[in-house]
Ligand binder design. Structure first.
Ligand code: ARG
Length: 295
């Protein structure tokens, strides 16, 4: 089956139906933004200059969820329950990194987000996941850990602003199983605006990814380009969260206003779906940050 997509144009509607027969629908976790707001500042985007419009945020979140479903994804919704004091809980990419039925929970570097872990742990435990964590070392989940490479066995991990290298051997080891042995590739982020790897790098499939190279140091740039074919996106679109996209089959869902990235994607057989993420960008997150890939 692995060779079949080579012969299928992902833009052809009837073939899209064929590919959804061939593959199980990709699943994502999203957390309803019931208590979403900007009440503190832990990244350069969180200025409070423009207050969050909470009802617009809720609409934007619903639109994102619908776009994922229309593209062929399935969405599990986590309710924030007693998360009144946790305005960033909506950024569920940071909850954990997931492989099969194993979840490695985040250990947040900022105290403002540390309370999220208990709610995330509860969700994964109720879902029957084998849950791991490294309480001693900062690691911000799939916001800083993206799978790519052959068999998706390389875990590209952002280090510097939020996550360190210390947790990575444990993350790779505990998420590996039998033949499925993972390797973590530490990628140093050098800009405060690109403080998680998922705002500067977006794998499209096992061998192809979007990236914003200036967000990484030279060693990371070298290691990443050794492993993958990388599509550089223009500065202004990287700053408009073009890399922070949800890839659902051949559809790439991202914040609106990224026409050059959409063109590059089209040239590589992907279609772009724009959604308005303006309210979440006030907190430094966009489409991908509001989702967590489950398997
Ligand atoms: N305000 C949140 C923070 O600074 C935004 C998180 C964005 N998440 C992500 N996966 N990039 O932690």
């Amino acid at each position: 089956l692995s060779s079949i997509p080579l012969f299928i144009s992902p833009l052809n509607r009837s073939n899209m139906r064929l590919s959804s027969l061939l593959y199980a629908a990709p699943r994502y976790l999203m957390c309803r933004p019931t208590f979403f707001n900007v009440t503190y500042s832990i990244n350069p985007w969180m200025t409070r200059a423009a207050p969050v419009n909470c009802s617009r945020a809720m609409d934007q979140w619903e639109t994102l969820r619908e776009a994922i479903e229309v593209a062929g994804g399935k969405v599990d919704v986590m309710e924030p329950d007693d998360g009144e004091e946790l305005p960033d809980l909506v950024f569920v990419a940071n909850a954990a990194v997931v492989r099969g039925k194993k979840a490695f929970l985040a250990t947040f570097s900022n105290k403002e987000r540390q309370g999220e872990t208990a709610l995330n742990r509860r969700w994964f435990e109720r879902g029957g996941y084998e849950v791991h964590e490294d309480e001693k070392n900062a690691f911000e989940g799939a916001g800083d850990a993206l799978f790519a490479g052959a068999g998706n066995r390389l875990l590209f991990c952002g280090i510097g602003p939020r996550s360190g290298t210390a947790a990575l051997p444990k993350v790779a080891k505990l998420l590996s199983k039998g033949e499925d042995q993972l390797k973590a590739v530490a990628c140093r982020l050098v800009s405060q605006r690109f403080y998680h790897i998922d705002v500067a790098f977006c794998p499209l499939n096992e061998s192809l990814a979007l990236w914003h190279p200036t967000a990484f140091d030279d060693v990371a740039k070298h290691n990443m380009s050794n492993e993958l074919k990388l599509i550089s996106i223009p500065d202004e679109e990287a700053n408009n969260f073009a890399c922070n996209a949800v890839v659902v089959n051949s559809t790439v869902i991202m914040n609106k206003g990224n026409p050059q990235t959409a063109l590059l994607l089209r040239q590589n057989g992907y279609q772009t779906k724009f959604v308005d993420m303006s309210e979440f960008i006030k907190a430094g997150g966009s489409a991908k940050c509001c989702t967590l890939r489950l398997e």
